[in-house]
Design a protein around this ligand. Structure first.
Ligand code: FSA
Length: 421
């Protein structure tokens, strides 16, 4: 068990980083520092820098359904998170033109909750337009061939809002958060008698932070700081954009379920207050290969909407909400995740470096775990390793050949055509 007064350094103030700081502070660790390269929380490069994210528990792998259920319970009851959780329900399906893979993924997701007691009476099958209208009367498009199911026990969280609230909370609990603190290198000690040990980090600004334990929570940027992570993680991005609704339109769409057609993409109810509606395009995602490894691109490089994403977003709107299909798409950009070879998180000690822990591999399903993920990372710190095989370091796996649940082809950023907006 580590001495709770000794310094712990968390590098990266995104979802996993803040959650770790929170759980360490709750467990009475008194010397926790978070370094975040952005000048705000959430940082501009964090995947959590978003108006909303899906909160759902259907998973191909039911192991995560139980964790998501625990997270939903925190989202619903913990005063830090509760104001940002909206249980609007989740309409999950495929459009009439969906490929077989999307249909297969859908059926496996439904399986994970169909017989689960927590969802008894909360799922209804959607086979016709009338079924959809029952779940979401405000969707007025043809929705041709849309099938799937409606799950009332799910919804979304206001991502940036929840991050800001958690930031406030960890500061109140005594965590130091340094903004604008990008690290240039990790610090190691090494001699003939001792093992290599990570003892802290140095920032671009030249400040040194010494610590007994260093936890890297860098999302899709992990490969830059920790090249030894190798091919088990592939930084991948997905595209999203917003449309501006009038107050009348926003009122009409208030409370609609998160609507996700697996082959096209998904949208949320308009953001309360602004009337902005977020729409994401689904697909195999985008990589950014540099010297054979995909790493998260810069904010500047990520500030565009791929042409294919525009097509999918407009198709989704045309089928569900035709009067909005030609609306200008605002703030189109791509959002970086750390995709793991088997979609399992990687939360473990880094082999060959004492005192260094990595928590990565969100695989696009990390944000909903904000209230609880830090507990798992604290466990690795306290047990000095990962007990669960699925979350161990696995550099023998290659994330570039592993995607068996998303349809489409992964594209390299260099080859992506941009939407002309
Ligand atoms: O856990 C969730 O419900 C998030 S799914 C959102 C998404 O954009 C995926 O659709 C995509 O395939 C990737 O995993 C990033 O996250």
């Amino acid at each position: 068990m580590p001495d709770k007064q000794r310094p712990v350094l968390i590098v990266g103030g995104g979802t996993f980083g803040l959650s770790t700081a929170y759980h360490l502070a709750l467990a009475n660790y008194t010397n926790v520092t978070v370094l975040e390269k952005g000048t705000s929380i959430p940082g501009p490069q964090s995947a959590a820098n978003d108006i909303n994210k899906i909160v759902r528990a259907e998973y191909i792998d039911p192991f995560y359904s139980d964790l998501a259920l625990e997270a939903i319970s925190e989202w619903s009851s913990n005063p830090v998170f509760q104001p940002y959780y909206h249980q609007t329900g989740y309409l999950l399906g495929v459009s009439g033109a969906a490929p077989e893979l999307s249909r297969y993924t859908l059926s496996r997701q439904l399986n994970s909750i169909q017989k689960h007691p927590a969802w008894a009476g909360k799922i209804s099958t959607v086979k016709t337009r009338d079924d959809i209208k029952k779940a979401a009367p405000a969707l007025d498009g043809e929705m041709p061939g849309w099938t799937g199911y409606f799950n009332t026990f799910a919804g979304y969280a206001q991502a940036a809002g929840a991050m800001q609230a958690l930031y406030k909370e960890i500061v109140r609990l005594g965590v130091k958060v340094e903004l604008g603190a990008e690290i240039s290198q990790l610090l190691y000690t090494e001699d003939n008698t001792t093992k290599k040990r990570c003892v802290g980090a140095v920032t671009m600004g030249g400040r040194t932070y010494l610590a007994d334990s260093v936890i890297l929570t860098l999302g899709g940027a992990i490969g830059q700081t920790l090249p030894s992570v190798g091919h088990q993680i592939l930084a991948k991005a997905w595209a999203l954009a917003h449309i501006q609704l009038t107050p009348e339109e926003a009122a009409r769409l208030k409370g609609i379920p998160v609507t996700f057609m697996r082959d096209l993409g998904f949208f949320f109810e308009p953001e309360p207050g602004t009337g902005l509606m977020k729409i994401s395009a689904e697909g195999a995602g985008y990589a950014n290969y540099v010297d054979g490894v995909s790493v998260a691109a810069t904010e500047e490089q990520s500030n565009f909407l791929p042409a294919l994403a525009e097509t999918k977003i407009r198709c989704l709107l045309r089928e569900a909400l035709p009067s909005l299909a030609d609306r200008p798409l605002i703030d189109g950009h791509i959002c970086w995740c750390a995709d793991a070879a088997d979609q399992n998180y990687v939360i473990d000690k880094v082999p060959g470096a004492e005192g260094l822990i990595v928590a990565t591999g969100d695989s696009g399903h990390g944000f909903k775990m904000l209230p609880i993920a830090g507990k798992w990372i604290k466990d690795v710190l306290e047990k000095n390793g990962q007990e669960l095989p699925r979350w161990r370091w696995k550099d023998h796996l290659d994330a570039s050949v592993s995607d068996r649940h998303r349809s489409g082809e992964l594209q390299d950023l260099k080859d992506v055509a941009r939407a002309r907006l």
